[in-house]
Write a protein that binds this ligand. Sequence first.
Ligand SMILES: *Cc1c(COP(=O)(O)O)cnc(C)c1O
Ligand SMILES: [Zn+2]
Length: 422
Amino acid sequence: MTFVKGLKCRECGQDYPKEPLHVCETCFGPLEIVYDYDLIKKSVTREKIASRPKNLWRYRELLPIDGEPKAGLYSGFTPLVRAHRLGEVLGVKELYIKDDSVNHPTFSYKDRVVSVAISKAIEFGFDTVSCASTGNLANSVAAHAAKAGLNCYVFIPDGLEQGKIIGSAIYGPRTVSIKGNYDDVNRLCSEIGDKYGWAFVNVNLRPYYAEGAKTHAFEIAEQLGWKLPRHIVVASAGGTILPKLAKAFKELKRVGLVEDGECKIYSAQAAGCAPIIQALKKGTDLINPVKPNTIASSIAIGNPADGYYVIQAIRESGGWGECVTDEEILDGIKLLARTEGIFTEPAGGTEVAVARKLIQQGRIPRDESIVISITGNGYKTLEIVTESVEQPFVINATLKNFDDLYMSLTDAVHAKAAAGKG
Ligand SMILES: *Cc1c(COP(=O)(O)O)cnc(C)c1O
Ligand SMILES: [Zn+2]
């Protein structure tokens, strides 16, 4: 049984068959999946979903596959953590962390989109999968390709963190590092895709790939007892996830899984690469490409393919967006770790810092439910925080040595407290 009718151009509405296509031949608009929502409404219930394994395929009627899922059988269904301690610091009543830093198998939100893309690549009969990536996507494509026994080429900009490079290489793909930034990588990959006929998950399979991002929102709604949060903050890079969260919330209402409710969506970017936030603040839909310069490498995309749709989705939802400096991003990483015990990478630090800023500005009210999406894992980007954490105290293995150390540490605390009082 399939619930997918075909593809349709988002701009001119022209119909296309279910094939590895991504742009409209007439107007160059992006193609989107068209579902038979009436049929889905008749087929899917909360009980049916609840009876299924805890992975992202529990929402399979709203995902663009035709047969059984062929990848990602352990991906998704990440924790929605009630964040009391962070909530207290931010001064808000009902705060949650949607924690994709522990997504299976490569610890970022990308395991969602890649599960769907690789499943689809297998359905289409591709033997080689590929991607243009800022790091996390390459990790996920390489891991899922290994599990599926597919050939894999991943393309990344040079200068990425070790954790991101080795986090692909270990799965045995061919990694090609391009001298340039992500936008250079992406341009080259369009040409390679055309010439070699590979499944580029975020190029020719993009309409299918992008649908996987909806599962982040489906899970939040299910985990809240089939309700929408009132506010959600998420990072924007190429602009895939944010508009898909908006689409997912609409679909849940359309097929009757959620009764009503509105969720305002907020985009988070690094000040060193904020083309979407700049356009949003200027009140235009036109994104002016920028040259990225930030520690948040996984969201450093200066010319976001779907930036226009991010702005549309933000406006339609009544949300907003902000950008934060690298210093604020580091503070965001540490704040999340020290209040909630969750270690995220700079993209997550951006999400926390932007949420904090929007709350301080009064853009997000303090007495309504708020979700901060944490989209990546800090263990991949250790070098970013090495200098800003305390180094270990090195001592000999004697109690005396520890006593002395402990004394000096507690003296320091007392001294600090006394100085504070004086
Ligand atoms: C890719 C990515 C995002 C968001 O990217 P979009 O292209 O806007 O969907 C956010 N956080 C992390 C860690 C990512 O790797
Ligand atoms: Zn078109």
